[in-house]
Design a protein. Structure first.
Length: 408
């Protein structure tokens, strides 16, 4: 192969893609902005909403308001709950008049005082976040009231309330610092890297194959002294360039977003907002080795996708037909990436690191969580290298088939 001719083919495809300003926006701007927006927006938005809901005084409907014991009323008030009388609690919640309602039967206070069992009925909407949050406030107040009553009874009998808790459990988080800091956000990072790798490379791949077919320029290129292998490698490098550039911008967005969360927002937030920030990955542990591992993994993923795109889009007769071929490929990345959040429940074995594409998503998730193993890195990278070679051979075979090249 002649590197100079490969470079010319690649440069031609790169320049052709760069003429479209949408390529620059989709490959560079959006990946760079999207991940920090998600990393910053979700924790701050959800944390702020949860904190607001906890501190906002909520109207809770009560059927039998006069039956509420004063001690329970005080505990509900401490949870920022204001009671109002309703006659049809279930309908009031269903119609949205109050987020939560409860029924306090007659004789409730007397039953509690006499040591008999007393029942409360709580109405809320399952799946309605506002209703469930406020139902939690009511349950917490009722639970505190129950413990208060039990403590009073034990003290009256001359017993220590601790007799009801003979065994105490101390929970210790055994996860690494990176695992704790990544929170529930870790799976979004390989998800965004993979999606933007596909998005960045598909425009170049389609234009370099089906687009040239549609314009009638592919036949002219193939009758020049350039070898088919050089054409394939040149178009592959151009597709790889844009796919990798989008992946790099996503990685930069990950680094920038993690740095801003850890140094700017995390120290200033408290309470529910701070807890939400931690759950969503608000203090990501970003180190140079992890970024380098992400870069190499993204490079191999971009190369795999670029080779796959070239082999598939060449079958299309037109640009639009090629887009219809590429669209299902997004599910090849989206479904496994979404499945990463259930990785522990599904119990993936060692064999997952030998499955092309899926293995690199799992590996990226491991890198972000700080639990990556050298053997998994080697297995994943070698598997992807083999897949790249096989897919390039598949693309080269298609470029040599006249039935595919001249398919109209």
């Amino acid at each position: 192969m002649r590197p100079s001719l490969i470079g010319r083919v690649a440069a031609k495809e790169i320049l052709s893609t760069l003429r479209d300003q949408r390529a620059i926006i989709s490959n560079l701007v959006i990946p760079l902005v999207m991940l920090p927006v998600v990393m910053l927006g979700l924790p701050l938005l959800l944390g702020g909403l949860f904190q607001r809901e906890q501190t906002t005084v909520t109207q809770v409907g009560v059927e039998g308001l006069a039956n509420v014991p004063p001690a329970l009323a005080q505990l509900l008030q401490a949870q920022n709950v204001q009671l109002e009388s309703v006659t049809a609690p279930e309908a009031a919640v269903r119609d949205g008049k109050v987020p939560v309602a409860m029924v306090v039967p007659a004789g409730f206070a007397a039953a509690v005082a006499a040591g008999r069992g007393a029942d409360l009925t709580l109405y809320s909407k399952t799946g309605n976040m506002k209703s469930e949050l406020n139902a939690g406030k009511v349950r917490q107040a009722v639970s505190d009231y129950s413990r208060q009553v039990v403590a009073q009874r034990l003290q009256a009998a001359g017993l220590d309330p601790s007799v009801l808790q003979p065994v105490r459990v101390t929970s210790v988080d055994a996860s690494s610092a990176a695992e704790r800091s990544s929170g529930q956000l870790s799976w979004l990072i390989p998800f965004f890297i993979a999606i933007w790798t596909l998005t960045g490379g598909q425009m170049t791949a389609i234009d370099a194959t089906a687009g040239e077919k549609e314009r009638g320029t592919l036949e002219s290129l193939l009758v020049t002294p350039v070898r088919r292998t050089e054409v394939v490698v040149g178009k592959f490098l151009a597709t790889l360039t844009f796919g990798l550039s989008a992946a790099l911008m996503a990685i930069v967005g990950y680094v920038v977003g993690g740095a801003i969360l850890g140094s700017v927002f995390a120290p200033r937030l408290a309470g529910q907002a701070s807890e939400m920030l931690q759950v969503m990955g608000g203090s990501l542990d970003i180190s140079l080795p992890s970024v380098l591992l992400l870069f190499v993994s993204a490079l191999l993923l971009a190369a795999t996708i670029a080779a796959l795109l070239l082999g598939i889009t060449l079958f299309a007769r037109s640009f639009k037909e090629a887009q219809s071929y590429v669209a299902p490929l997004s599910f090849l990345l989206i479904l496994p990436a979404v499945g990463l959040q259930f990785k522990d429940l599904l119990g993936f074995g060692e064999g997952v690191y030998l499955v092309p594409v899926f293995n690199v998503l799992v590996l990226m998730d491991d890198i972000v969580k700080g639990s990556v193993a050298a053997g998994h890195v080697v297995a994943t990278w070698l598997t992807l290298l083999v897949a790249i070679v096989l897919l390039l051979l598949f693309a080269l075979r298609n470029f040599r088939r006249e039935g595919v090249i001249f398919r109209v």
